[in-house]
Structures are given as C-alpha cells and as structure tokens.
Design a protein around this ligand. Structure first.
Ligand code: FAD
Ligand code: NAD
Length: 446
C-alpha cells in the first residue's frame, strides 16, 4: 500500500499553483485544491479583466487625441459601462470552467474546497482527510481592509472589476497599483474619483520624478488626489456613504474601495499544525522556496519576499518548485523582473533603480529623454512620453530603465531582454527590427 494518497498536493489554483501542477503531472501523482475560482486572482479578478477594461478606456483616450487630426465626433465617444462589463465577463465567465477542464484533460486530480493542515503530511478538505509526501502552498493574497469605523462598507478591487454599474462618485483608500489603475478606469468612464494617500507619494517603488508626472496627468483627467490624508470612517446614509478623513474632510460618495495593499492568504490553512512559519507579510521560505516544514513549499503572492508579487513571478516559482520536487536542487535565481502600472499612459520599470544609479555615477550612466517628439510617440500624440535608460559604465549594457509612455510595457520588455542577454550597442547593429516600431528606437537609447 502507498504511504501517502498523493505525491504532491497543491493548495490554490492560481498562476503559481497551476504552473507547478502542469510541470509535475507527468511524473507525480498530483492533487490540486481550490476554494474559490479555478485560475485564481489574475484571470478572474486581477490582471486580465483589468486590462480588458483598460484597453477600452485607452482606446477612448487615443481617439480623443486624434480629434482634429483625422477623427471627428470624438467628444461623443463614451464608455458604456454595462457593455464593457459584458465584454469583460465574456472572458472571465469562461475562466473557472476552462481552467478546470484543462486539469481534467491533463488527468490532474482536483477538488473544490478549503484546505486546512492537520499535520505536515495531511490536510482536511471538506469532510476528507488526504495525505501527501509534499505540499505546495499557492494560496495567493487578498485585499487588506483598513481597521477603520464602518469598514464593513468598504469594497475591494474584486468588487470594482465586476460592478454592474459604475458608481458616480468614488473614493479609493491608498495610492498603489490597484488605486491608480482602477481610478484611471473609473475617471475615464465618467466617475468623479478621489484618491486618499496617507503620505505624499503614490507608487513608491517608482522614481518620484515619474510618479509626480503621472499624478499631474491623472489630475488633468479629473482624479482628485488627497495627499497626507486618509479615510478614518465610513457611514452609510440613505443613498450614499459619508466618509471622514484624518484632516476632517467630509465627503459624500457612492462607493469606497480599500486599496491599501494585499496580505498573504494563510488564515484558513491552520499552519500551526505544521512547523511552517509565517508573519503578516507571508509564509517564510528559504532560497529553495521551502518552508520550515521541509516537505512543504510555497510559491507566489503567499510568500514573504522582496521581489514584486506578480503573475509571471508566481508562475516562475511554481515551475521552479516542481523542478525542486524532482530533485534538482540549485537555489532559486530570479531573472530581472519588470513591472508596469496600467495608468494611461503606462509607467514601467526594470532593473537598477534610478535612485541607485544617481548614487553611483562611477557604476552607471543615466540617459534620460523626453521622447514625445520622437516619431513613435509623435504619431500617437503622446507628448509627455519620457524614457530613462541606465547603462553599466563598464560595458555600456543596459542595467535598468523607466518608461512613462503609451505601450511602455512593450518597450520595458525589450529592455528586460537586453539586461538578461547583456546586449551591447554593437549587438543592436546586427538587429533589423520592423520599422517604424518601438524596437526600431532601441539604438537611440544606448
Ligand atoms: C486588481 C489586480 C490587478 C493585478 N494586475 C496585475 C498585472 O497587471 N500584472 C501582474 O503581473 N500581476 C497583477 N496582479 C497580481 C497577480 O494577480 C498575482 O500576483 C497573481 O495572481 C499571484 O498568483 P498566485 O498563484 O500566487 O495567487 P492567486 O492568483 O491569488 O491564486 C491563489 C488561489 O488560492 C486559492 N486559495 C486560497 N486559500 C486557499 C485554501 N485554504 N484552500 C484552497 N484554495 C485556497 C484562492 O481562492 C486562489 O484561487 C494584480 C492583482 C490584482 C488584485
Ligand atoms: N499592474 C500590476 O502589476 C498590478 C496591478 C494591481 C495589483 N498588483 C499587485 O497587487 C499588489 C497590491 O496592490 P495595492 O495597490 O493594493 O497595494 P500597494 O502596496 O501597491 O499600495 C498600497 C498603497 O496604499 C497606501 N496606504 C497604506 N495604508 C493606507 C492608509 N491607511 N490610508 C491611505 N493610504 C494607505 C500605501 O502607502 C500604498 O501607496 C501590488 O503590490 C502588486 O503586487 C499589480
């Protein structure tokens, strides 16, 4: 008789858990357990639905720029929230079923339910007790709700991305990725939008010079920023919510969204029944993504880590842990990770930060350019486009980059590959890109 029911049980069917499951399914007996929607945050209530809405508001923004430049009647171009939501649902409604079918077709056992550890080799799901040699915890993160009066009225990004109608007047608590991206969609779709940021900086991981410029652009669109202030209470009125802030502002709004960060989903796991340690920042892992319980690994947003908590990072870690379980034992080496805020225009960053480059001129050369007049951006009337490339002094390869421009995510992907491959100016001389395109500008940044 087998000692355990499964070789590996994976808890959570988001990008991290699924990547591990598919890598292991040919060689190991695998079970995946999911408590909510198959596919997890990203395709159901994160990146993918967000970018579907973003695509529509960006099309509207671009069309308005072409007013008097070849397009007429752009003032009448309006976002129809209901139709836009139907479009989004035409994609998201298929995700849980499609993901589950994928597991069935790949012969990967899977069950719906919430997992609790009974001990380091056994979990309980629904009424069943199931054992495994290894576990991979891939339970992701969930929106943090600030501890304020009336916080039961606060909504989250998940609610926003599935609203049947757009609330006319909205407040966001927090000025990070979620608030900026959703506020941009809401204001573009016609809402009055307020962002409360408890200090003076939004998007702290990006250079201030760039975030200030982005704040100006979003202010021009109509977003009202309340810096050094936060919402301290929410009261429900007959038809609206009355919010009060630290600085005694009182505002009547139709919806308040908490966007103050996300915390690791560990609450329901009963990790106390194992030796795996965790804090409010997530599960502690070593450089093999192994918890303090040697047979339990963790991947994705649930880990306490410095590296950005993003979908491609979760998938990378899922694939890595699968190799780890197959006994390949090198420690995890992350490639450079780019990140982008879809904020109309996009703000992207990769590699060595501008702050570090400024502190070390002996190591880094900084090329900053306002590229609004370059053909690529001039054609799009993206007059504010700006790009900074950080070069290694030693060999003139790219060390980092910051981009605020239409389609910044595409340009940053090129810089990411150039960092990874240590591309030099000479290498680019042997590269014939499509012209005109984002890639055909690359040599000019070096
Ligand atoms: C609004 C929003 C926009 C985003 N946009 C982007 C973007 O543009 N680009 C990007 O790269 N990233 C983006 N992210 C982040 C991205 O969604 C996450 O980094 C990614 O989903 C993490 O994958 P994961 O597998 O670690 O966790 P998740 O995708 O969160 O999956 C975890 C799964 O585990 C399940 N689970 C939890 N507890 C249990 C339990 N006890 N038992 C069983 N199942 C359990 C959950 O139901 C969930 O399905 C966004 C996030 C949000 C919220
Ligand atoms: N495009 C993307 O890649 C993308 C998009 C959305 C989310 N995400 C992921 O989701 C994570 C969570 O996003 P998020 O925006 O919720 O968190 P975040 O950590 O990016 O931002 C939280 C913001 O809230 C502020 N804040 C905290 N407490 C506050 C308070 N009491 N009052 C006012 N402001 C307060 C913080 O200073 C910060 O600016 C991101 O860090 C990222 O990993 C990524």
């Amino acid at each position: 008789m087998e000692k355990y029911d499964y070789d590996v049980i994976i808890i959570g069917a988001g990008p991290g858990g699924l990547a591990a499951a598919y890598q292991l399914s040919a060689t190991h007996k695998v079970l995946v357990v999911e408590k909510h929607l198959w596919g997890g945050t990203c395709p159901n209530y994160g990146c993918d639905p967000k970018k579907m809405l973003y695509g529509i508001v960006e099309t509207q923004r671009q069309a308005q720029k072409y007013k008097h430049n070849g397009l007429e009647d752009t003032a009448h171009l309006k976002v129809n929230w209901h139709d836009m939501m139907q479009f989004k649902r035409s994609y998201t409604n298929q995700i849980p079923g499609g993901t589950e079918n994928g597991l069935t077709n790949a012969d990967i056992d899977h069950i719906a339910g919430t997992c609790h550890f009974l001990n380091a080799h056994q979990i309980q799901v629904n009424e069943r007790q199931i054992s495994a040699q290894y576990f991979i915890i891939a339970t992701g993160a969930e929106a943090s709700i600030p501890d304020i009066e009336g916080n039961n009225w606060l909504k989250t990004s998940t609610d926003f991305l599935d609203e049947d109608s757009l609330p006319a007047k909205i407040a966001f608590i927090g000025g990070g990725y979620v608030a900026i991206e959703l506020a941009n969609i809401a204001v573009s779709a016609g809402a009055e939008v307020h962002i409360f940021q408890h200090n003076s900086r939004v998007l702290r991981s990006f250079p201030e010079e760039y975030t200030q410029k982005l704040v100006s652009l979003l202010t021009e669109k109509g977003i009202v920023f309340h810096f050094n202030d936060t919402i301290t209470g929410v009261k429900k009125g007959a038809h609206t919510f009355q919010v009060t802030s630290q600085h005694q502002q009182s505002l009547s709004v139709d919806a308040v969204y908490a966007a103050t960060g996300r915390h690791a989903s560990v609450g329901s796991l009963n990790l106390e029944n194992t030796t795996a340690a965790y804090t409010s920042k997530g599960i502690s892992v070593n450089d093999h993504l192994q918890t303090d319980a040697p047979n339990i690994f963790a991947v994705g947003d649930v880990i306490d880590k410095k590296i950005p908590k993003l979908t491609p990072v979760a998938s990378f870690e899922g694939r890595y842990v699968a190799q780890q379980i197959k006994k390949i034992s090198a420690s995890i080496q992350y490639p450079v990770v780019p990140h982008t805020v879809f904020s109309g225009p996009e703000l992207s960053q990769v590699g060595v930060s501008l702050e570090t480059a400024e502190q070390h001129p002996e190591l880094f050369k900084i090329n900053s350019a306002s590229v609004g007049k370059w053909y690529t951006y001039n054609r799009l009337l993206d007059t504010d486009a700006q790009v900074t490339v950080i070069l290694n002094q030693q060999d003139q390869t790219v060390a980092g980059a910051v981009v605020l421009a239409t389609n910044a995510e595409e340009l940053i992907n090129y810089f990411t590959l150039m960092i990874k491959n240590k591309t030099t100016v000479n290498d680019l001389k042997n590269f014939i890109p499509v012209y005109p395109s984002v890639a055909s500008d690359l040599t000019y940044y070096m």
